[in-house]
Each structure stands twice: as structure tokens, then as C-alpha cells.
Design a protein around this ligand. Structure first.
Ligand code: SF4
Ligand code: SF4
Length: 109
């Protein structure tokens, strides 16, 4: 089950912003995404998920929607959306990322 965990804080106003949704039960806390995020929007939680890992918490107020975090996550647990005040959020996670990971984890026989 996908769960979202975000930290609401005040941020500077942008026309287009990012929003990340993290499947925290599948996150293993490797922190590759925190290193890849230039906005420092991602941090490790103080609590653990059902597998015993500290998971990632997103501060969507500073997220720009660059997708770096989704690109580096080895388990593809991050979905990135770009939001605009007058439009619906759009999933911009690169399409080939999940397909490539699925073919690696479940190669065709
Ligand atoms: S890269 Fe993926 S698995 Fe690793 S901490 Fe970030 S969200 Fe979790
Ligand atoms: S989309 Fe970019 S800015 Fe937003 S959390 Fe991921 S790496 Fe950081």
C-alpha cells in the first residue's frame, strides 16, 4: 500500500512546484535520494517502517519536481508530480525507470 509522508513548512511561492509521494513501506533508507536532492527536500524519518528501516520524509514546499530522487532510487518507490495552481498535478516520473527496474527484477523467461 502506498503511503505519503510530508512535512508542511512555509516556502517561497513558485508558479510550478514539485510534489513527491513515497511508498514508505518499501523504502530502505539508503539515502541515495537525499544526496541527489539539491533542495534538501528529503530527510530520514525518526521512526521505522514495517521492515525496520527508517524511511524518507518529503518537504514538498521546497520540491521543484526535478525528478532526481526518483531517478536514483534503486527501488523506484518515489513518484514525482509537478503541480500548478490552476492545473491538476501531473505524474512526471520518467516512464522508462519503472519498466527498466521491472525487467531487471522479473526478466522474461
Ligand atoms: S533512494 Fe529510495 S529506497 Fe533509498 S532512501 Fe530514498 S526513497 Fe528510500
Ligand atoms: S523532485 Fe527534485 S527537488 Fe523534489 S524531492 Fe526529488 S530531488 Fe528533491
Amino acid at each position: 500500500m502506498e503511503q505519503n509522508n510530508t512535512v508542511p513548512t512555509a516556502g517561497k511561492e513558485r508558479k510550478v512546484k514539485g510534489k513527491v509521494v513515497i511508498d514508505i513501506q518499501r523504502c530502505k533508507g539508503c539515502e541515495l535520494c537525499t544526496t541527489a536532492c539539491r533542495e534538501q527536500a528529503l530527510t530520514l524519518s525518526g521512526t521505522i517502517n514495517s521492515k525496520g528501516y527508517r524511511y524518507i520524509i518529503a518537504n514538498n514546499e521546497v520540491c521543484t519536481g526535478c525528478t532526481n530522487c526518483a531517478l536514483v532510487c534503486p527501488d523506484a518507490v518515489i513518484t514525482v508530480y509537478r503541480t500548478h495552481p490552476k492545473k491538476k498535478p501531473v505524474d512526471i516520473t520518467p516512464e522508462n525507470i519503472r519498466e527498466q527496474l521491472q525487467s531487471i527484477m522479473s526478466p522474461a523467461k
